[in-house]
Design a protein around this ligand. Structure first.
Ligand SMILES: [Zn+2]
Length: 83
């Protein structure tokens, strides 16, 4: 068990939310980086968190706020803020 965790809406499979995040960003996982940790890549599936939010991206009929959490600085980066 890692020493940090991300929020995930149990109704939406991680695989589906992750696909949506990459589509929304239009980038490969290796191009998603923490702005505060000198380019550390944070785009892996285990760093993705998501919860229901009216301003989010729709996945399987549910609007989700998607973010990547950096394992090092532990900041949760909204999609448009990732480096
Ligand atoms: Zn970081």
């Amino acid at each position: 068990m890692s020493d940090y965790s991300v929020l995930r809406d149990e109704r939406v499979p991680l695989e589906d939310a992750y696909k949506k995040a990459l589509e929304t960003l239009g980038r490969e996982a290796s191009d998603i980086k923490c702005p505060d940790c000198k380019g550390r890549t944070i785009g892996s599936k285990e760093n993705l968190g998501y919860y229901e939010h009216s301003g989010g991206q729709e996945v399987n009929g549910i609007k989700l706020w998607l973010y990547f959490r950096c394992p090092k600085c532990r900041y949760s980066w909204a999609l448009w803020k990732v480096g």
